[in-house]
Structure formats: structure tokens, C-alpha cells
Design a protein around this ligand. Structure first.
Ligand SMILES: C[S@@+](CC[C@H](N)C(=O)[O-])C[C@H]1O[C@@H](n2cnc3c(N)ncnc32)[C@H](O)[C@@H]1O
Length: 309
């Protein structure tokens, strides 16, 4: 796949061999714009609205209510869709926010949507979607949040206002460190493209980007196995999300969102102190999702101060 996709770039740049192309990328004055083309060409942007609905339901029923509780004082919520492709994921989250919690209309809710592919981001900013991307969208939502008919639907202004698109390479540590105080991070179906070492680094950045007890959602078939045990797994309806355990005593307590949730062994996990046998037995029961430590404390500017569009 990589070879056939790269061949397109060889043709476009009049390079005869992969080595020629490699040298072009390293030394040609037009390398910056070619790198952008290369990223557009090799990334897989498969996505859709309401993809893996159980996870979206988890956001609706568990994650968002908890965040609202935690942020009652500031009335400010920050959500990050990392590897957002052409915007279907962040716009889905925006629909859930508006649909389920009208009270949030008076809050400051922003969804940061980042991706490596400028082409995908451009499509997200345009916000025009066809039947394939929209196949899981209930007709009532289609009517309420989009304009258009049959072939092409355009996302409405209310959702557009909530979602800020910005280019970001997840392996760019400097820029990753600039993102702080997130309540929720969605990074679904992206980590599969990295080796274990890079995954560890990226997950550590996500950990640092989240506030204490912030929530982290990865793809349905992905896991944090062998990557980072500072995130605690929380099971919900056959899916698992993670929350950040911080350093302070408060940050180490079990969030109220966990109340009523049961571990894989069927035992309630809510009253257990973070390091108690109960919670440990819960975490080991989902041991395939947890692994050795990756830890760091970093600082930087918040993404808001960067003036992204
Ligand atoms: C399969 S899509 C997933 C989209 C969405 N999260 C979902 O689950 O529907 C993977 C996205 O990750 C992006 N991606 C791949 N490598 C990346 C990187 N190094 N930094 C940022 N985004 C990246 C791709 O451009 C693509 O849009």
C-alpha cells in the first residue's frame, strides 16, 4: 500500500527511484510543500459520523455528565479529537453536546480537532458530507444540524462554531506539549499507525495534556497494553475508556463517574481506593489493557493561546 501510494508522489515530482524521492524530500527547496502532499497521500482517513456508537454513547451517558459536574465552577469544557480526519468525529461529539445537554449552550465548550493531513482538515473546515459519512446519523439529527439534501449535506453554523481545526503531527513533541488542561481526549484508530515506542511517547503527551481525572478514549479495538499504567481503565457497556490518575490525593480518588460501574469480574469498583486490592483486581482483570509505566511532567502554552483557526 505504501509503495503504491508513494509511487504517485514519485510520478508527481518526476523522481525515478525512491532514493531520488528521498533526496528530494531532504534537500529540495520545495520539500515543505511536498511533505504536506506526502502526508495527504499516505494517511488513511477512514471515518464516519457516530463511528463505533457504543463509544459515542459512553461519551453521552458517562463521560460528558462527569465533565459537566467537574467543570460546574468554570463552565468551560475542552475536548480534543486527535487524528480527527475530515471532522466527522469532532462534529459527532459536538452534536451529542448540543443534543443531550442544552444547558451547555451557556457554557464555553470547545472541541479541538487536529490531524496530520491538511487535506483532511480542509475537508473538515468545508464541512460538506456525503451519504457514506452520514450513514449512521439519525434522520432527525440530519434535519436539525445540516443543510442540503440527498447527495451532499453541509454542517450547520452552531456545530461549526464549537469545532476548531488545526494541523498537528502527534509525533511533534514541542507542539504536543503546548496542549494542556483538556477534559476529554478522543484518539481513535490513529495509534495503530505507530510502533510501540512512538505510541508510548504520544500517550505520555496525552496524559500531560489532560487535567487530573480527564478522560481518554482510544479506538474500539485498541488498547494501552504495555504503554501506560497511569491511566485507569473504566469499563462501560462492552467498551473501555480511561481516566487520568494525577499526583494529588484528590486526583487519585475514583471519579463519581465510576460509581455503579463494574469491573470485568462483575464487582463494583466505585468505593475502592486507587491502590486497594479491589481496584487492583479490577485493573488486573483488564490487564490486557494496561501495561508498564510511561510518565512525565511537562509544561507549555495552552492550544487556545496559539490562535489556531
Ligand atoms: C483512520 S483515521 C481515524 C479518524 C477518526 N479518529 C475516527 O476514528 O473515525 C486516522 C487519522 O489519523 C491521522 N494521522 C495519522 N498519522 C498522524 C500523525 N502522525 N499525527 C496526526 N494525525 C495522524 C490520519 O491523517 C487520519 O486522518
Amino acid at each position: 500500500m505504501l509503495e503504491s501510494r508513494l509511487s504517485l508522489r514519485l510520478t508527481a515530482t518526476h523522481c525515478r527511484t525512491f532514493e531520488d524521492y528521498y533526496n528530494f524530500l531532504r534537500f529540495d527547496p520545495g520539500r515543505e510543500s511536498e511533505l504536506r502532499e506526502l502526508f495527504n497521500c499516505v494517511t488513511t482517513n477512514e471515518t464516519s459520523f457516530f463511528r463505533d456508537t457504543t463509544q459515542i454513547d459512553c461519551f453521552r451517558h458517562v463521560i460528558l455528565p462527569q465533565v459537566m459536574k467537574d467543570r460546574e465552577a468554570t463552565r468551560k469544557i475542552r475536548i480534543w479529537s486527535a487524528g480527527c480526519s475530515s471532522g466527522e468525529e469532532p462534529f459527532t461529539l459536538a452534536i451529542v453536546v448540543v443534543e443531550e445537554f442544552p444547558a451547555l449552550a451557556t457554557w464555553d465548550v470547545q472541541i479541538l480537532a487536529t490531524d496530520l493531513s491538511e487535506q483532511a482538515l480542509e475537508n473538515g473546515r468545508r464541512g460538506v458530507y456525503g451519504p457514506y459519512a452520514l450513514r449512521h446519523v439519525p434522520p432527525a439529527y440530519l434535519k436539525k444540524y445540516f443543510t442540503g439534501s440527498d447527495g451532499q449535506y453541509t454542517i450547520g453554523p452552531m456545530l461549526r462554531k464549537m469545532v476548531k481545526f488545526s494541523p498537528l503531527n502527534l509525533v511533534d513533541s514541542v507542539r504536543m506539549r503546548a496542549i494542556r488542561d483538556m477534559d476529554v481526549v478522543f484518539c481513535r484508530n490513529v495509534l495503530i499507525y505507530f510502533d510501540q515506542e512512538t505510541r508510548k511517547k504520544i500517550i505520555t503527551h496525552f496524559y500531560d495534556a489532560l487535567r487530573d481525572q480527564g478522560m481518554f478514549v482510544i479506538g474500539f479495538s485498541e488498547s494501552l497494553n504495555g504503554i501506560n499504567r497511569l491511566f485507569r481503565p473504566a469499563p462501560w457497556n462492552k467498551t473501555i475508556f480511561y481516566y487520568k490518575v494525577g499526583n494529588s490525593v484528590a486526583a487519585r480518588s475514583v471519579p463519581s463517574v465510576m460509581r455503579g460501574l463494574r469491573g470485568m469480574d462483575g464487582q463494583p469498583i466505585d468505593q475502592a481506593a486507587p491502590n486497594s486490592g479491589r481496584l487492583q483486581s479490577f485493573t488486573s482483570s483488564v490487564a490486557s489493557h494496561v501495561g508498564p509505566v510511561g510518565e512525565s511532567v511537562l509544561s507549555g502554552r495552552s492550544w487556545e493561546s496559539r490562535g489556531e483557526s
